[in-house]
Design a protein around this ligand. Structure first.
Ligand code: ATP
Length: 236
């Protein structure tokens, strides 16, 4: 059994079909990348996994449990954290307070403190800026904070929505390096990206989503070398 199993998922916004009969799975320990153009349905898929959008039909199970029966807060408590597109750090709160918010369902005070230190090892810049208002961070730093905040929930599965969006190449490299580090430390990752080259390069497996449907799947390397993927997503 896979950690996450998405079966025949369809999601609509009124008359607009955003996701149609989508099937995919994520095994424990993997990085799986879902790539696709603007509007392909990537964010909708993630938001449905997190319980923030209701599906029309299909099934999503996580560690054998039916996610459609769970509230978003239960889904977080059971081990899925999402880093939303556009980061959404809390302005007016410091870096440290933003990290605290990520641990709001936890009561293990000492371990929470140990986890701040772990996050600061991944993101030393956050330590330097721990008392600074999150709104004053650069885009790359906000992405790091959003990832750190999600990790504070100690997820088994981390959902990342376009972590590279709007970032300078150096920051993108750093973010993807940290995603790999997070995987090595035992967290499974589902990554959604328009930046297909980098997303596939770090992925164990990937899926191509086109206008709401999965059109291709393979290992990261297979997809990187696929002529159709090259043409459509890697600039030829
Ligand atoms: P992007 O990278 O632009 O976020 P995406 O692949 O994540 O693209 P979605 O945001 O999931 O795609 O959008 C899938 C489809 O659903 C698009 O046609 C989009 O216009 C539509 N859609 C998304 N959100 C809404 C909404 N709240 N109301 C109506 N239609 C929506």
């Amino acid at each position: 059994m896979s950690l996450l199993e998405v079966k025949d998922l369809s999601v609509s916004y009124g008359a607009i079909k955003a996701v149609t009969d989508v099937n995919f799975y994520v095994n424990e320990g993997e990085i799986v990348s879902l790539i696709g153009a603007n509007g392909a349905g990537k964010s909708t898929t993630l938001l449905t996994i997190s319980g923030l959008i209701k599906a029309q039909s299909g099934q999503i199970s996580f560690a054998g449990n039916d996610l459609f029966k769970q509230m978003p807060s239960q889904i977080v408590a059971n081990g899925i954290s999402q880093v939303p597109e556009g980061r959404h750090v809390f302005p007016g709160l410091s870096v440290l307070e933003n990290l605290q918010m990520g641990a709001f369902l936890r009561h293990d005070r000492e371990e929470i403190h140990a986890d701040y230190e772990k996050i600061f090892e991944h993101f030393p810049v956050l330590k330097e800026r721990r008392n600074q208002d999150a709104a004053t961070l650069s885009g790359g730093e906000q992405q790091m904070l959003a990832m750190g905040r999600a990790m504070m929930a100690r997820p088994k599965l981390l959902l990342l929505d376009e972590p590279s969006m709007g970032l300078a190449p150096l920051f993108i490299k750093e973010i993807f390096r940290i995603i790999q580090q997070i995987q090595k430390e035992g967290t499974t990752v589902l990554l959604i990206e328009q930046n297909a080259r980098t997303a596939l390069a770090i992925a164990d497996r990937g899926y191509v989503l086109e206008t709401g449907k999965i059109t291709m799947t393979g290992t990261g390397t297979e997809l990187l070398n696929d002529p159709q993927v090259k043409k459509a997503y890697l600039g030829g």
